[in-house]
Structure formats: structure tokens, C-alpha cells
Design a protein around this ligand. Structure first.
Ligand SMILES: [Ca+2]
Ligand SMILES: [Ca+2]
Length: 193
């Protein structure tokens, strides 16, 4: 009788696993209980807990970012890296080099407080790497004179080798195009939650 009940239960669990898991999900007896293994539509309690832990950690990390009036979050990174590394470092954090807020005068002034506190030239999300002379913001918007606070005489593609946008300390913290290979601070922007 007991064997029959256990057998029925096993069949039931296996059936649920096959229906819910797309063929790669199964359950197995481990440490005194049944656990889901593999690619399951019905995640195990451990999977759910792990997701919760990641979610709490992400929100905790966000406390180190500054929320601005546009509901985006900003963080200045003071490890000098080239433009490509700065961009990928932001993206690893679910962010990108700052662009949306840099176009907005009010948010830009707040961002500049952070940048000035660093005291160094700082990468933003703006470059003409793909097409010389056509600057594009990190969020995909084409740069225009109206939405880009270039300092006078910039961008000048000095030495025919300047494709990446920065806040420039010596140019009153306005935007300048600079050599992408330079190692500088960078500011990341994280979207709304
Ligand atoms: Ca250029
Ligand atoms: Ca320049």
C-alpha cells in the first residue's frame, strides 16, 4: 500500500516535471526531500530564494547611486579606464555611460556636482566611433547642437583622433571630444525601476 502511494506520488511528480519543464526538468530525491533539477518552469524554492537574494542585493547596491529628478540613477567611478572599458563596466552593472541626464540642463548640473567632486575629466555616453562626425548618445539618440552642451570650438576631432565624449575640467566642465584610448573617470546612468 505504502509502495503504491509512493509510486503514485512519484508518477505524479514526474508528470508535473515533464509538463512544466520543457523536457529538461526533473525531480530527484535529495537530502530527505524532492528537489527540482534543470530548466524548470516551476522553479524550486532555492531558485526563488536565490532570485529574491539577487533582487535585494541589486536594490542595496542602488543605495550607493544618486537618484536624480528624472528618476535615473548616477554614479561616478574614479578608476581611470579607456572609453570602451568605461562603457562595458557600466553595462555590467545594468547601466550605461550617462546620456539622458547629460542632455537635461537641470540633471546635468547635478551630475556635474559629482563629476567636479572627482576633479578629473570624465567619460559620458557620447561618441562618433561608428561614423566620424556623427555623434550618437549612449541611448541611441543622435547628438545635435541643441541637445549637446559642447564647449566652444568642440567637437574638433583634434589630430583626427577624438571620437569619445567627456566632461572636460579645463573647458569649464563642458563637453569635449577626446581620444577614446585615454584613461579617465566615468559616470554611469541606470534606468528607472
Ligand atoms: Ca571624431
Ligand atoms: Ca576635442
Amino acid at each position: 500500500m505504502n509502495l503504491c502511494i509512493i509510486g503514485t506520488l512519484c508518477l505524479f511528480i514526474i508528470n508535473i516535471s515533464l509538463v512544466g519543464g520543457g523536457g529538461h526538468c526533473y525531480t530527484k530525491w535529495k537530502n530527505g526531500r524532492w528537489v527540482s533539477v534543470g530548466d524548470c518552469n516551476n522553479p524550486s524554492a532555492e531558485d526563488v530564494l536565490e532570485q529574491l537574494r539577487k533582487s535585494v542585493k541589486a536594490k542595496d547596491d542602488l543605495k550607493t547611486w544618486d537618484k536624480s529628478s528624472n528618476n535615473y540613477y548616477y554614479k561616478l567611478f574614479r578608476d581611470p579606464v579607456n572609453y570602451a572599458t568605461a562603457k562595458s563596466s557600466c553595462q555590467k552593472l545594468g547601466a550605461d555611460l550617462a546620456s539622458v541626464g547629460v542632455r537635461n540642463a537641470i540633471v546635468r548640473s547635478k551630475i556635474l556636482q559629482m563629476v567636479k567632486s572627482g576633479g578629473e575629466n570624465t567619460w559620458v555616453g557620447l561618441d562618433d566611433i561608428e561614423h566620424e562626425g556623427r555623434f550618437v548618445w549612449a541611448d541611441g539618440l543622435i547628438s545635435t547642437r541643441e541637445n549637446t552642451d559642447w564647449t566652444a570650438g568642440q567637437p574638433d576631432d583634434y589630430g583626427e583622433n577624438e571620437d569619445c565624449g567627456e566632461f572636460n575640467r579645463d573647458q569649464n566642465w563642458k563637453l569635449n571630444d577626446f581620444r577614446c584610448s585615454e584613461r579617465q573617470y566615468y559616470i554611469c546612468e541606470k534606468g528607472r525601476f
